[in-house]
Structure formats: structure tokens, C-alpha cells
Design a protein around this ligand. Sequence first.
Ligand SMILES: Nc1ncnc2c1ncn2[C@@H]1O[C@H](COP(=O)(O)OP(=O)(O)OP(=O)(O)O)[C@@H](O)[C@H]1O
Ligand SMILES: [Mg+2]
Length: 289
Amino acid sequence: MRPLLTHLLPAARELAMCDDGVRIKGLARSHWIDYPRATQALEILERLLQTPQRERMPCLLLHGDSNIGKTQIVSKFQRRHPPEYDEGKGVELRSIVAMQMPPTPEQPRFYSSLLFELGAPFNAAARLSALENLSRALLRKVSARMLIVDEVHHLLAGNYREQRASLNLLKFLANDLKIAVVLVGTQDAVLALQTDPQMVSRFARFEVPRWQETEAFRSLLAAFEMILPLRRPSNLARREIVHAILTASGGLTGEVSRVLTVSAELAIRDGKEAIDLGHIENAARTLLS
Ligand SMILES: Nc1ncnc2c1ncn2[C@@H]1O[C@H](COP(=O)(O)OP(=O)(O)OP(=O)(O)O)[C@@H](O)[C@H]1O
Ligand SMILES: [Mg+2]
């Protein structure tokens, strides 16, 4: 008889009925899971995007440890606001433009990355003023209202002068084009911005902290359980399991996801069909080695 699989979301129920190989492959698929801090971040981003243009546009620094989920949050936000095509003007409108800070923050490289995102690859060896003018013209053309710069801690890879120049460039874009600038990075990004009092006052800070043993974390685990294609409930929100996952993951969302994926694979392979403490400990050992 087919098990009811009521502990799973409908899409996961289908997958749970597939054979082991298919289920193990399916574990690699990524899913967005809502959690309160991410919801708050998305609300703040939404408010920034809706802010009418004004002289001092509000800006945001979204920060947290590596692998906590920052890029996932901004990607989710971008999916909510996909580019639109303006038939009348014959141009693509992109309210959000997102890019990564190049590994070394020289201004020409910054503009080259931005132009690449805007679909106008440009020679980084061109004059800085040419890159700057083209970037500004294109951001206006696509009616950008928000510029997201991820990996902004790369600023620190530059010397003091380059750091200053990059911070000035970001301020300049925010002021000149009246767009909301959102910087995303690790705690080092906070340090980089602290060298500039104007940046400190201009950029509101929002941290995505590591997980602790809270109700929100138990909900996150329960949400993971609903999408892992196992045929029996694991009850991941149990105290000893919560504790083991926190220890194994260091409270990082990416590690939580990896520990659970490996544990689920072990539970499929050994036929137990539910994650137990032993699976999590084994998964933690596998991930460490
Ligand atoms: N909302 C979410 N739902 C499900 N999984 C998530 C979520 N957020 C993060 N993850 C998991 O955590 C991993 C790391 O997330 P992400 O790449 O956003 O981290 P990051 O904070 O940008 O790290 P880095 O600073 O190193 O770039 C993802 O690949 C995914 O497995
Ligand atoms: Mg990232």
C-alpha cells in the first residue's frame, strides 16, 4: 500500500515515491525556505525599492557570516522583481540591477562588472570616465531603482586609496542616479564601511545572524523535513536533534542544509527512511573529513 506521507509537502510526496537513485539525486535540488529574519530582510528591501526618488536615497548593508544565506535572500528578492519589457520604448526595464564586487576593487573593474550585468560588456582598459558615463547612461535607460552589490567585503582587498575610491563611487551612484544601493557581505564589509563616517550614517545595517536554539530554528528544521523525500517522519524539531544539527552546522544555514542532505541520503541508503541522531553524527563526520 502507498504510504500517506502526510509529513511531506505535495511535491516532496511525489519524489518520495521514486526509487532511491532518483531521490538521492533529487536531494541536490535547492528550495527556498522562509524564515523570520529572511522575511524581515525581504520587507526592508521591498520598502527601499518602493521609496520615491529623493536627494538622499536610503541605502542598506546586509551582512552576516559566510554561508548564512545572504545571497539567497537577494536572489529571492530579484525573482520577485524580474525585468519587464517596455513595448512602447522598446527597452528592458530592470528595477533591480545586481552585481558582485570584483575580487580587487579597482574602479574600472567595478564598472566592467556592472556593464557586464547590464548586458554591455566593455573593455576594462577603456578610460574610467567612459566606463562611468556608459554605466550611468545604461542604469538610467533600464530605469534601475536599486543597485545590489554582493561580496562587498572584497573592498578590503584593496589598499586604503582603492577602498576610499570604491566607497566614493558607490556614494556617487546613489546620489547621482538617486537609486537605493544595497551592499551585501560578511562582517568584513561592516569594517570596510566603518572607515567612512558618511557611509555609516547613510547605510542602515541589517544582520543575518547564526542560528541558535530558538523556535525559529525549530521551524526551519521542520520546513526542511517537509521537503526531504524520506518516507517516514524524522521529527527534526526534537531537542536532541536540534542540538546535534546546531553543533554540526555552527548555526550556518548552508551547513544545516548540507548536514540534512547528507543525513537524508544515509537514511535512504540504510532503509531507515527517517533521520536519526546517528545519521547526523555520521553526516557531520563526512563533512569534516
Ligand atoms: N532560505 C533558504 N532556504 C534554503 N536554503 C538556504 C536558504 N538560505 C540559504 N540556504 C542554504 O545556504 C547556502 C548558502 O547560502 P548563500 O550562498 O546565500 O550564503 P551567503 O551568506 O551569501 O554566503 P557568502 O558570504 O559565502 O557568499 C545555500 O547554498 C543554501 O544551501
Ligand atoms: Mg553570498
